[in-house]
Design a protein around this ligand. Structure first.
Ligand code: COA
Length: 166
């Protein structure tokens, strides 16, 4: 039977840390779906369409990864897609409480779902989407933070201003 997993998140934007988790998941599962929540309680810098375009470009580098958007409960989306494994990344101990709460809530809502945690490379453990957003807003270099194809999308929205430009 084909084993499929969902890697859900806001991905605003998708970072090298997310990419690392995705790479690990793609080696374990036959198929991985990057599932982008359209609306979350965080205010997003990038629209759902922009986040989907970034994730689709990342997915095109893998044979068994696709990107999609969803609304509403993640457990309902997983049921619709007939998937019962959720992937989450654990970067540091500080992620644990939030992840634990989310995994147990999802289990209560859908007992058939399992959440599996993968740890990204330690060199990426400091990375977060909000750090990337701040660097983007302040005009800094994001080369070491996001996959190259994602940098292209971000730069189309936030071009680097040359010194002296308004
Ligand atoms: N590398 C880098 N950063 C990572 C990371 C990794 N491997 N893993 C997590 N992060 C960071 C993200 O950058 C993000 O940082 P930010 O808060 O600074 O922006 C943060 O950790 C978490 O973001 P992300 O991985 O995109 O996930 P999320 O927590 O935004 O996603 C959902 C949460 C979408 C899975 C959850 O809200 C959900 O399921 N929503 C649907 C509604 C629902 O079902 N609710 C009930 C859930 S219990």
């Amino acid at each position: 039977m084909m084993q499929c997993a969902i890697y859900a998140g806001t991905f605003d934007p998708i970072t090298l840390g997310h990419f690392d988790v995705l790479q690990r998941a793609s080696r374990i599962f036959d198929k991985v779906v990057i599932a982008i929540v359209r609306k979350s309680n965080k205010s997003a810098m990038f629209s759902a369409e922009e986040r989907l375009a970034m994730a689709s470009d990342v997915a095109s580098g893998f044979e068994n990864v696709e990107a999609d958007c969803f609304d509403g409960l993640l457990v309902e989306y997983a049921r619709e897609r007939k998937v019962n494994i959720l992937i989450r990344g654990l970067r540091a101990y500080s992620d644990f409480e939030y992840e634990f709460q989310m995994a147990l809530t999802n289990r209560k809502l859908a007992p058939e779902l399992e959440t599996m945690f993968l740890m990204p490379k330690d060199s990426h453990s400091y990375l977060s989407s909000s750090v990337v957003r701040e660097v983007v807003e302040l005009g800094g270099d994001i080369e070491d933070f996001v996959p190259q194809c994602v940098e292209g999308h971000i730069r189309r929205r936030f071009p680097i201003r040359k010194t002296g430009e308004e």
